[in-house]
Design a protein around this ligand. Sequence first.
Ligand SMILES: [Zn+2]
Length: 375
Amino acid sequence: MNEPIPGNLLFNSLRDKDAIILASNIRIPAGLLEGLFRAAKNLDSAIIFEIARSECNIGRGYTGMVPNEYAEAVKMAAEEVDFDVWALHADHITLKEGSPKDIAETEKLVEAQIDAGFTSFAIDASYLFNHQGGNVREELARNIDVTTELAKHIESRMRGRPFGLEVEVGEIGKKDFQGQVVTTPEEAVTFVRALNENDVYPQVLAIANGASHGNVYDTHGNMMEQVSIDIPQTKAVARALRENYLDVRIAQHGITGTPRELIKRVFPRGDIIKGNVATFWQNLVLNTYKVYQPELYQDIYNWTLETYRSKDPEISDKELFGKNVKYAVGEFRERIDDVDEETVDAIEALSYGECLMFLNAFGSKGTASIVRKML
Ligand SMILES: [Zn+2]
């Protein structure tokens, strides 16, 4: 059996190991799941499959999948490829209000994820930042309270089974009048320490460090590489966590636009232990459709522009498409699930190669064996 293993086992056995675990959100499963699992197996790399609340939830989310459908698709691919060292992670369980209603709805989502077999969870209450707070602790108070409440709920619903826990202190991609907002070492330490005081022990922390989710564009509307991640600040946050004896390292979000050679050269492996890649895989599928499924691609393209043009009249077609095409995934779910074998084969082959490159850049080779010793 190749069931998902607890996320904390991956994070704890690979902490400070000079490697980053690839965590991929697979909005369009056919071909991608097998391609990524085969690459992980080939390089003996631990790997995470994840999906965010906005992408997949009880009401289906924008991919059109419920948690159980996603979980089953990933488990089936694991079985087909026969690979064992992987976790199923609930990415961005986002709470934007933190109200009793918001928390109750989130608890229902988490229960559906647990029933589906998720073994790791990312609570994201980073929006609940109090700008009027007198000090860092006060600014983070609501994030701390809501994260604690939900973490306790997950713990009780897991009934003693181990699980991974990621928490988020700084909103990813947040901007103010001076540009990107970045998380300080003091914020990270204050946040994790407060959670520990509440008996909540995350293994990974998402911080704001200059990265943005999804495709990024220049002022002319052309897609560009993302080189905005603040490496010194990221290292400083990790150092502060280490110096305060907190067993938490960093989850890097928003990697899609970052060139692999840059990742390999400058990403601090061991400080960053989880690297999230989502939109990259969606781009790969859409680029394949251009050749193999031109009609489907054209329909997706037209639908996206027609649906979102009025919301953003200023930007170029390219940018409007790149930023909103994710919402077409659920809309076209049936036709996407129906594409022929030849298309799926091409997606699998391409994603296998691209995944090898990510795993190489992340230093992941051999990490599965390290985790396997702890099983
Ligand atoms: Zn993210």
